[in-house]
Design a protein around this ligand. Structure first.
Ligand code: GLV
Ligand code: MN
Ligand code: MN
Ligand code: MN
Length: 402
């Protein structure tokens, strides 16, 4: 499946979520980026209704609320758990808490973030970047999607027309933020441990190496005088692999995942090749050194092969650390639920990477079969989902008091 931001499937998921939030008794609002918020009021009190019978709109302002949530967009060819588990799991957790007779001392918000995946606009975590003030509103609106549509036009099309300047959270809006997510690796499964307590999120960087200026006839152009843009791109991919392996970091990874080669004919030497790069390490300095090595390889390949290189870094974000108090709350919650837990570093990024700039954060991981994710066969057992939701619920109860 896939669910690309502001597409028809994304918009129908939004309609589903708004209904589900309302059914759960939450007071719903959306911001101009389309981030969705469902608020459970302190003391379990419901807000007054407007004349239309709708809950009165609630502002998030300096209330030290506790928030939980994740994203609901999905890359092409993905599974159904990445992100979605943290949105529907948050809803299940607050529903369970309400059913158990718990009432929070501060508001609890369930947040469904807009576009954690960079699929359409090339920038990850759009909603949480804007909430944290990590992306300028004008720059966000000017982003152009793979379909040539600007973010400003695409969000308006999906019904979100207000100024993006209003998206940034007021200071202190959230005291803490906790995200439930699938591990997307196999460490929990290997250790037969149902709960992962995330201590940090690796620093991701991504961008493009675009080669152009080559080409020619596959029969007529002699090997010695060719400018083959795809071969330069191949050098970039191999250099990225070598630099990651040799980085000396803690599990550095590098990926060249998009290959756009033109003209794309069997009998034409590739004239242009645009390839993406994605590099991650828990240490931002190690990550930057790998990016620099990839760039040097790209420049050398372009020079040697007589090609022009357009190099761009789209994002290079610092890592995030979990808050000690949130980590302790999650560990205590797992112990109460009778579930073994272990600490780990998240090698995938998440909206928590940006929420960490405005709140004390943590993440709860559940195992996914074989560590498989961003693939159609991604799978999480019901028992692991239940365990994750229980730990999330118990953690929220600790963070939101009473
Ligand atoms: C997000 O899905 C990531 O690539 O970590
Ligand atoms: Mn993902
Ligand atoms: Mn995800
Ligand atoms: Mn992710």
């Amino acid at each position: 499946m896939q669910r690309i931001v502001y597409s028809a499937t994304d918009v129908s998921a939004r309609a589903f979520l708004i209904l589900a939030f309302r059914k759960a008794g939450l007071d719903v609002r959306a911001d101009a980026a389309g981030n969705l918020f469902g608020r459970w009021h302190p003391g379990g009190v419901f807000p007054p209704l407007t004349d239309d019978g709708e809950p009165a709109p609630v502002r998030v302002a300096g209330e030290g609320a506790v928030a939980t949530g994740s994203h609901f967009d999905a890359i092409p060819g993905s599974g159904i758990y990445d992100g979605t588990v943290g949105v529907l799991g948050a809803l299940a957790a607050v529903t369970a808490l309400r059913g158990a007779g718990y009432t929070p001392a501060v508001p609890i918000d369930v947040v469904a973030f807009t576009s954690e995946e960079p699929t359409r606009f090339g920038v990850s975590c759009l909603g949480s970047r804007l909430l944290a003030g990590a992306l300028a509103p004008a720059a966000a609106d000017a982003l152009v999607g793979t379909d040539g549509v600007t973010l400003a036009a695409a969000r308006a099309d999906a019904g979100y027309t207000g100024p993006l300047d209003d998206v940034r959270l007021p200071d202190g809006a959230y005291a803490s933020f906790l995200e439930l997510h699938i591990e997307q690796g196999a460490r929990l499964e290997s250790a037969a441990t149902p709960i992962g307590v995330v201590t940090a999120i690796a620093a991701p960087a991504a961008g493009w190496a675009n080669f152009s200026g080559g080409g020619g006839h596959a029969g007529g152009a002699p090997m010695a005088s060719r400018s083959d843009a795809a071969l330069a791109a191949a050098e970039v991919a191999l250099a990225a692999e070598a630099a990651a392996v040799a980085s000396g970091g803690d599990g550095t990874v590098a990926t060249v995942g998009v290959w756009d080669v033109s003209p794309g004919a069997v009998n034409a030497v590739p004239a242009a090749a645009n390839v993406s790069f994605d590099v991650r390490d828990p240490d931002g300095g190690v990550r930057d050194a790998v990016v620099a090595a990839v760039r040097a390889a790209a420049e050398a390949a372009a020079a040697r092969r007589g090609l022009a290189l357009d190099w761009s870094v789209v994002s290079a974000d610092p890592p995030a650390s979990s808050d000690g108090g949130v980590v302790s709350a999650v560990e205590a919650a797992a112990a109460e639920a009778g579930l073994r837990s272990m600490r780990l570093v998240s090698r995938a990024y998440h909206d928590t990477l940006f929420m960490a700039r405005v709140a004390r954060t943590g993440m709860v991981f559940v195992p996914c079969r074989g560590g498989v994710s961003h693939r159609p066969d991604e799978f999480v057992s019901e028992a692991h989902l239940r365990g994750g939701v229980e730990v999330l619920a118990r953690s929220l109860a600790k963070l939101a008091g009473r």
